[in-house]
Design a protein around this ligand. Sequence first.
Ligand code: ADP
Length: 596
Amino acid sequence: MMRIKTFLFSLRGKAIISATLFVVIFMGVIGYAILSREKALYLKDKENQAVVLVETAGINFTNAILYQEVGLIEETGVVDHYISDLLNKEKDILTIIIFDNTGMVMAHCHLFEHGKFYEDSKEVIAHEATLVREVKNKDRGPILEAITPLMIGERRLATLRIEFSLKDFYEKLTDLGKRIFLLTIIAISGSIFLMVIGINAMTRPIRRLSRAMDIIDYGRFDDFSESPREDEIGHLQRSFMGMVRRLKEADLQWENTFNSITDLITIHDRDFRIVKANIALAHRLGTTTDGLRGKRCWEIFHDSNGPSKDCLHAITLKTGQPATAETEYPNLEGIFLTTTFPIFNERREVVGTVHIAKDITQEKRFQEKLIQSEKMAAMGHMASGIAHEINNPLNSILGYATYLLEETQDGDKGREELDRIARASKRCKETVKRFLDFGRETPKKIEPVNIKEAAADALSMCHHPISSQRIEVMEEIESGLYINGDKGQMEDVFVNLILNACQAMDNGGELTIKAYRDNGWIKVRVSDTGCGIPEENLNKIFDPFFTTKEPGKGTGLGLSVSHTIIKNHGGTIDCESMAGKGATFIITLPENKYAI
Ligand code: ADP
């Protein structure tokens, strides 16, 4: 049904229908004209013949009737003879009737009609001159009757009526009509066939152009290629192809621009559906831009079932103004600076938004690290200041306490107290040393440090807690890994990490130290299977004095000192951990490739 409708309203359909109608009407009119003309000519001819015949026969009948009247001949015999003679000669005569002046049949080709009066007798005898006319008779079919008064001078003797059959004529006319009809059908079919071919040839390029238009509507420019004709349609084709080329270039330019932006860009409609997404977003999500089209933005960015309460798209749809916020998208694993811009239609209604998300995760981390470094630097200055101040009196206390201890014997009064003073002062000195290390800005001595050796030394320093807590140690350190730096400080870092790991594995566990090359860097991973670090503490563990250990067991300086040392060696230290799932500390340092 739909196809018929499409055909009827198409250019080709309209042309074929109008041309067919024209041919049908034209052939109909021509056929009708031919038939009418044929009929008129034949009737005219027949009428003329009838006039001649009726008038000629009329003379004979007049004479015969006159002779009868004057008694020259016997009654009726001659008239009947003339009648049968005429019937024999003229095959298409149906009847010959002679009416007397009262309207009674006085002679007839059928004798039993004699003496009858017909319904139209009066009318027939009323005619003053010869009359020829066509009469339609239900029983006998079409008839041509010729009536003539039989006159002698001014006197009317009788009226003669001869009826001719038109049956043959009408049969021939019907035959002719049929032939004309057949010819018309052949002519119509032929002309429709030719017209369909002609119209098809004319409209084919237009249809192709129209199909090409549809294709372009869907953005598939490459599917249209056409070699232009040399007529007006060719001109249309050339202009159209020029337009397609310009559209394609514009589309490519826009697509390239859209896709070369590394920020994540999407265009959303009022229904929160993604109309278009750039390649940067598709890559980030491990999909294609087509795969994102039609999805709701909350599925993609938030993995939720509806818009968040502070959804920027919703705000822009409502206000018609751009909206900006720092957002964390769970699906994209990062922090983004997102802005939505309104898209207006010609009536200035907001029909959608452009959503641009700039990944600022690195900047954020860098900022956090900067704050951390600044904090550490400030703490370092303060710590080294305090440490210096305390160091001299502490040295005096320790020196005098040691001197006095040497001067006393076991069991002497005050020896035990002196021993406590000396041990407490030593502990204080240890802490002060850490403070001093913490504040130190550069490594003391720069030399090639073999990572395998530094790790082995640190492990041997931690032998006691490792063996007493039944900790299994696994070393996967590539040989020949060197960095440039202070070996003692590097050992301090490893000792800090190993001791922390041991403290996290009260009931034993595994300690793994891995070291390997990674693109000009050396990575050292120290992992344990201990209690792990809760998420909320992860960004605090490198803060000075942050500790979760009981007083006396931890100072909260181990990791912050390690952080400072690694930073001063041009590297970074990070931690990956989850509560109950152990912890991994990752140190990244620049490799010394030339050390032997
Ligand atoms: P301290 O060990 O003196 O507490 P650190 O700076 O070395 O100070 O460590 C800070 C905190 O980080 C510790 O108190 C502990 O909560 C946490 N931590 C460090 N290493 C680990 C580890 N391997 N497993 C679990 N928690 C750890």
